[in-house]
Design a protein around this ligand. Sequence first.
Ligand code: FAD
Length: 568
Amino acid sequence: MLAARASWNRRVPGGLVRRRRGGRACRGPRLERGASGVRARDLPFRALARRDTRSSRSADCRTRAAPGGGPGGTGIHARRPRGRCGGGHPTARRGVGDRVRAVVVGGGLAGAAAALELASRELEVTLVSAGAGATALSFGSLDVAVPSPGVSGLPLRDATATRLLSPRERLAACLRTRPRHPYATLFGHSGAGSAESAATDAVKSAAASLDGWLAPSGLRVEGGLDSARLLANVRGALRASDFAFTGPAEGDLQGAAEVEVAAIAGLAQHDARPLARALAAEFAAIGLARPALRVVPLPLPGGFVADGGSPARLAARTDTEEGLGVLLEAVAGRHRDEARFRRADGERRLLLLPPILGFSGVKAKLARLREAAGCRVAECLGAPPASPAGLRLVRALDAALSREGVVVKQGRVCALERTGRRVCAVRLSLREGASHTEERLEAEAILLATGRFLGGGIHEREGGVHETLLDLPLYDGAGVRVDGLAARRLVGPSPEGPQGLFSLGVRTDSCLRPLGSDGAPLFENLFAAGDLVGGFDSAVERTGLGVALLTGLRAAAEMGRLVEEESP
Ligand SMILES: Cc1cc2nc3c(=O)[nH]c(=O)nc-3n(C[C@H](O)[C@H](O)[C@H](O)COP(=O)(O)OP(=O)(O)OC[C@H]3O[C@@H](n4cnc5c(N)ncnc54)[C@H](O)[C@@H]3O)c2cc1C
């Protein structure tokens, strides 16, 4: 089995051969990047599922299986099934040829990453998505280890205040000080070097995988764990970022001598002057030398910013050649008479745009803008209420799912069928235009990547918070069981203090199987990933997309292992 798996991932001159289809080797994307980027060819492709750790983890996962049924007793959840497994027969195993079916519920980063990883293992996988969740709202950084200074207790700078802490140091601090964070479940929280190096390897490998999936859509994952980039958001707040996506990723303020903050008349949710003032204050607060900051109006023609100044509409305009042409002209023609400001060379000057560079092809647009501007060009990170960055990510993930042959169903899973300690099928309500159809899918392994309140994985009903599909036990960031409690009781008194409402989720074993109150997995073949896994508050500890990616990939590795072990 291992030999067969190794053959999916052979190296050949010119790129990685990631898998075989129909006996033919398929060449994966050749991933190579400059010094600051991820070099996939240098990395173990799947550090998350390393063979040396798999066997011990498998044993651990088997011995910790619960002796009894899941929550609510043995039987059928939510709806009486008509299929075999609901009737108490042994679980029906369904395969297509030599493939076995895995179902992923949720189309955010956690679900998409898991489905792509399963597909790369030649497992037939179906992803069901009810629509946009938190991933579609994200702001443009892939936060793996970015705690906020002050509020999280993890400092942005070292004790001597001479430098920014590297992402690697902050990842290690997270493992040491946050025993309930999902990273501690994945890598251990002893603070031992082995946990840190396992986490570091996994992060590098995961970032390289994601980069490979997104690159064909012109979206890259930039950055690394060795040094932080200082990025500005549209409100002028500074973020020490480890990884970010094309657009904001190019906006590292360290090393910039001059920053031009672009002002666009009539654009809603973006005001260049307060942004520049806030940036100056942020630099002063962290005691770093700041670049010269200047607000620069972009001379866009009247009517170009329409629809009440909607940033999303403006972003959509730059997806057309005509709209991009207008922006290029405005960038080239900005304050021609103020050459005295431009004393630094082009590499040390940065033109900071609001996040308006459309939903596709951002890398190519930036190259053209850079040429027109005569200096580096980047977008700000987004801020509430929304930014195009999340939709860009979702579109690029959708394109990757389609390229990799993952079956995607737009619809809602309304129930899971179970027998004993196994889940065996999902029941879906599918949208087809105005009509709805119902479908039942049997599965060997099921992943819940349904998010929290925004995704729909957790909701409040009958006066209490509940996991939506199986009423799985929920815990807050302090490890207290909270399902059934009213949401308002989970809001802390201080906005900067712990907020149970924003850190709640399921607790899992290291294979990412949800645990019952006795600490044992509730089902042998049910996994959870992403925001649904509790123990962290992404508004405070960041790490939102980092957790989604790392748990999605780990869950896929465990699902793949389970399905292979159970295949005849
Ligand atoms: C405004 C905002 C900005 C953020 N910005 C950043 C950022 O810049 N960087 C960062 O690292 N993190 C950021 N985060 C956090 C990050 O977005 C989330 O942690 C991450 O996207 C969670 O991904 P997920 O896949 O677990 O869940 P989601 O993206 O919420 O996806 C859940 C999916 O499950 C589906 N689903 C739910 N129930 C069902 C069902 N019954 N049947 C079928 N499908 C179902 C939903 O339709 C959705 O597709 C931000 C969060 C917010 C709210």
